[in-house]
Design a protein around this ligand. Structure first.
Ligand code: JB2
Length: 211
């Protein structure tokens, strides 16, 4: 069943991936909003105006939003506009690409995005506004916080816990049972075999703290 019409926040790289997933789900996408007026066409959709255009133009019960701002490290505009629009009463659609595999016993909060080829196994919970990106793998009973980005092809083994606003870099591997602290960053391709402290950056195989 189709949802309300959708407006995408942002017109950059992540927005294109989000739009692609929404169109693959046969959702009706009205267009996107972005600060850059030179962005006139993204995946065949038109720029409607600045981000604020939505609140000025639409009632919050007539459209849904999809967060097209991505993140590397702290989520920035992705977090700012999610919170702002929630305060204004708007709702964010959860986007699950039809070619992702998501166990029915998974709990996905508002605005979670699961991209093409991602796999989420039983007992996983994912907090609001998080991204499980292309081809990422989240195994059984992981607990993912809010505003987290699990980047393409990253692998979380069973029972990993990831705190809010953490970033798991492209192709990183996290063994079972590890705690990844909030606002931390796991470098691309790292192999994490020890807990990661809140706010720290780890890199390498085995991953060690860099800051
Ligand atoms: O505060 C803002 C703002 N900040 C950035 N207000 C408004 N209205 N627009 C803003 N933008 C817009 O977001 C920029 O004009 C630009 O069009 C877009 C960001 O695009 P970009 O391709 O640089 O990043 P992204 O957030 O779409 O994707 C990042 O995260 C993804 C997960 C990239 O690093 C990607 O490579 C990554 N896959």
């Amino acid at each position: 069943m189709k949802s309300l019409p959708i407006i995408v926040l942002g017109g950059g790289g992540h927005a294109r991936v989000v739009i692609d997933a929404l169109l693959a789900c046969n959702e009706q996408v009205l267009g996107f909003v972005d600060a850059d007026p030179d962005k006139t066409d993204v995946e065949g959709l038109r720029r409607l105006g600045q981000v604020e255009y939505i609140a000025e133009t639409y009632r919050s019960d007539k459209v849904l939003l999809a967060n097209g701002f991505g993140s590397i490290g702290m989520p920035g505009a992705r977090l700012t506009y999610f919170e702002k629009y929630k305060q204004w009463g708007f709702q964010f659609i959860s986007v699950i690409h039809p070619r992702a595999i998501v166990s029915p016993s998974t709990t996905l909060e508002e605005g979670v995005q699961v991209m093409a080829g991602a796999i989420i196994q039983p007992g996983v919970s994912v907090g609001e506004n998080s991204i499980i990106n292309t081809g990422a793998s989240v195994d059984h009973d992981c607990t993912i916080g809010s505003h987290v980005h699990v980047a393409p092809r990253a692998t979380l083994s069973g029972t990993v816990r990831v705190g809010d606003c953490a970033h798991i870099g492209t192709g990183a591997v996290v063994i079972q049972g590890i705690d990844i602290g909030a606002e931390s960053m796991v470098g691309a391709g790292s192999v994490v075999v020890k807990d990661v402290e809140k706010g720290s950056t780890v890199l390498g195989n085995p991953a060690v703290r860099k800051s």
